[in-house]
Design a protein around this ligand. Sequence first.
Ligand code: SAH
Length: 258
Amino acid sequence: MTGKVYLVGAGPGDPELLTLKAIRLLRIADVVLHDALVSDEILRLARPHAQLIAVGKRVGDRRITQRETNRQMIDSAQWANIVVRLKGGDPLVFGRAAEEMAALREAGVEFEIVPGITAAIAAAAQARIPLTDREGAPSVTFITAHKAAGDYPVDFTSIASTNGTLAIYMPGGSYGEISRQLMTAGLPATTPCLMVSNASRENQALQWSDLGSLQSMIPPEAPALLIVGEVARCRDESETVAWLQSQNEVLQAAGQEA
Ligand code: SAH
């Protein structure tokens, strides 16, 4: 009789952004296999005698392959009742969940997914900007241009043509390249951008910019997420615009009444 594996989203870092289910499972898990992105504060919620195993892509100097992680998950389920595979953000967003689910299916191990708050949602909340907007952002696209995410090429032309918000994961050191590609694809240099580093953690940092100046900016500390689109207009500026619009409406309404 094998145990059950839960692929659990740990959210962006703040333990208060965990789901109740994630906390309950952490408290009863026999084994917790976690990524490097998962904060220590969250790991402290695990049962005191639980086995905590770091399986991030890199542990110390050693690279851990996806195959090794899959194996550890399956091996743990042979003796443990409850195995939590804890991933940063949401397990199904750039989380290699497809490979892990395939391995579990093949090994006949029962599993369940517990969603978490993905980085784009957390970053927008911290910056107090919407990801979609009735007036200027009909969609939001989660993308990554990072090679580690897969071999599929990112089609910047079709992405730029959505006119919606772009939430770019794992921008790494390629801010210049991303901005060049998006401008070549037709986005204006004045398109607002926001970089959110360490969203919801103590060392969170926000940097407001535009596509044109992105190339000359010092990349923020990882993990960081890049939001591109009208929604990323500097908060203070957009609040000022909203305030001016409401003032205009008040003035217009007053004019109509007069
Ligand atoms: N499954 C995760 C994403 C893993 S890919 C999720 O749903 O959020 C790793 C990338 O996620 C990082 O390179 C960064 O772009 C983003 N990320 C994760 N946590 C973050 C955080 N606290 N602040 C900003 N970006 C974060």
